[in-house]
Design a protein around this ligand. Structure first.
Ligand code: GRF
Length: 238
């Protein structure tokens, strides 16, 4: 048997000196690297304001072992959000952070960060989160915040994407999962699905068909982002 060369050491993905030397991005904490290389489930914190159908689609994908993740908590801002009933039925912890109780967007984001840390979240999943997020949240989870939008970005950003697609007369629209940046509905695109616009579509009928595709792509996009934590960092706008 040959002697091993003592100058060659097995790669240690979480060696703190690598971090200090910049060999490993400081955007990705060493403990996240460690879990990543160990194949541990992604620890998700879901932010929701509405019906929570995407929360449920993510939970289903996890249950069906299509997504190696666990939902640590769902944070919601609307006390009446239907997402709460779903989360309770699915056995997911919930936390209400009503934006009306905070003096600024930054203060709300700071409270969100505190809850996400309390629940040990690595990935922030905006699943119908109808609040503009600030630099405070974005820098706390660099390249680990994903948003879902009901159009083929960069077309129709903003709160009325489905109505705008109809008004513009496009024949195809869809949905997009992307990394979150400061500008609303911008950021590197992870996955998209196209949906045809039918002649008699109303905002409701079109949104329903878009949601079918959202439920398909969101869990897949989370899996893709989670499997590529170094790659996503290359895209970093921070
Ligand atoms: C989705 O259509 C998403 O694109 C938009 O908000 C909606 C949330 O739906 N941002 P749900 O609450 O997951 O059912």
């Amino acid at each position: 048997m040959q002697d091993t060369d003592p100058s060659i050491q097995a790669a240690d993905p979480v060696n703190p000196s690598d971090l200090a030397l910049g060999l490993i991005s400081p955007h990705i904490p060493p403990d996240l690297w460690q879990r990543h290389f160990a194949g541990a489930p992604l620890r998700l914190g879901v932010l929701a304001s509405g019906s929570g159908s995407n929360l449920e689609a993510i939970a289903q994908a996890i249950a069906q072992q299509q997504l190696n993740a666990q939902i640590q908590v769902m944070i919601y801002n609307q006390p009446q959000a239907k997402a709460v009933e779903r989360a309770k039925r699915l056995g997911i912890a919930t936390e209400l952070l009503n934006h009306r109780n905070f003096p600024s967007r930054e203060a709300l984001d700071q409270a969100i960060i505190e809850q996400l840390k309390r629940y040990d979240v690595d990935w922030v999943i905006m699943a119908g989160w109808m609040r503009v997020v600030t630099d405070v949240l974005i820098t706390a989870f660099p390249d680990r915040i994903l948003n879902l939008h009901p159009s083929l970005l960069p077309s129709f950003p903003g709160a009325h994407a489905v109505e705008q697609a109809l008004a513009a007369g496009v024949k195809v629209t869809g949905c997009t999962v992307h990394y979150v940046r400061l500008e609303v509905d911008s950021g590197p695109i992870i996955m998209q699905a196209a949906v045809p616009v039918l002649p008699n579509d109303t905002p409701d009928t079109l949104h329903q068909r878009i949601q079918v595709q959202e439920h398909r792509i969101f869990p897949r996009a989370i899996a893709l982002a989670g499997s590529d934590i170094a790659g996503s960092d290359i895209n970093s706008g921070i």
